[in-house]
Design a protein around this ligand. Structure first.
Ligand code: PEP
Length: 254
């Protein structure tokens, strides 16, 4: 069974003290992850060390960065390199979140560079893709997402691709409270998997975790995660609420 993942994306939220309290409360919530399940906390850069120390020794629980730069090192004031993250023991980095694509003009090509440098340092990208509302309304979401995958990922070898987690996040559902229906999520996830299969073969495609993101909450997680090609979720708002995120972890396929 491929990995089933509940990934929290704190975005630019919480003070250090609030982040500590949130992790303390989540740790105190009884949950057990089996060998196919993971919980990942994508916290702001300044909180990575704190989160690692809080979550140390917790099985199948990881701390992720929300971004990284595409260059190894150098005069890039304010940026954070993959080498820095690796030296801290970070194993996952969220790449290509729609907020970064929109507010920081991150292109598919730029993201391909970030994917490459993450893989050079053996860090797993959680690669986000997904269409804006006007594309969904025009019915061209498959071609839109296929292009994102092609331009950022399809230069990779099959071995490299298997280190990637994909997160399908329809932009119209992020932070809007408007969730894709489970049928819409399944349809796109199956399409993404079919595209990966066409390029890399069925065996590779079957092993890649594809997360859904977009207003996942306790009330809809069981149904969405229950879809055959949905392998968990990337969760923004609800990951900041202890009971919500605990229930979302619990909703992962067993
Ligand atoms: C996200 O941050 O990737 C996200 C899906 O946010 P939300 O769950 O708040 O829609």
């Amino acid at each position: 069974m491929r990995k089933q993942i509940a990934a929290a994306n704190w975005k630019m939220n919480l003070t250090l003290q609030q982040g500590e309290a949130l992790l303390d409360a989540i740790i105190a919530t009884p949950h057990s992850l089996n060998e196919h399940q993971q919980a990942i906390f994508a916290v702001p850069f300044p909180y990575i060390a704190m989160a690692q120390s809080k979550l140390a020794g917790k099985k199948n629980v990881f701390v992720a960065a929300q971004n990284c730069y595409s260059k190894k090192s150098g005069a890039y004031t304010g940026e954070v390199s993959v080498e820095m993250l690796q030296s801290m023991g970070v194993q996952y980095v969220v790449l290509g979140h729609s907020e970064r694509r929109e507010y920081f003009q991150e292109s598919n090509q730029f993201l391909a560079d970030k994917v490459n440098i993450c893989l050079d340092y053996n860090i797993h990208p959680i690669f986000c893709c997904g269409e804006p509302l006007e594309i969904r309304e025009a019915g061209t979401q498959n071609a839109f997402v296929a292009k994102q995958l092609e331009e950022s990922l399809y230069h990779l070898s099959a071995e490299q691709l298997q280190k990637i987690v994909i997160a399908y996040e329809p932009i119209w559902a992020i932070g809007t409270g408007k969730t894709a229906t489970s049928a819409q999520a399944q349809e796109m996830h199956a399409y993404i998997r079919s595209q990966l299969a066409a390029k890399y073969g069925d065996g590779v495609a079957a092993n890649i975790s594809i997360l859904y993101g977009g207003s996942v909450k306790a009330a809809n997680a069981v149904e969405i995660f229950g879809q055959p090609d949905v392998d968990g979720g990337l969760v923004g708002g609800a990951s900041l609420i202890v009971e919500e995120f605990a229930a979302i972890i619990h909703a992962l396929k067993k």
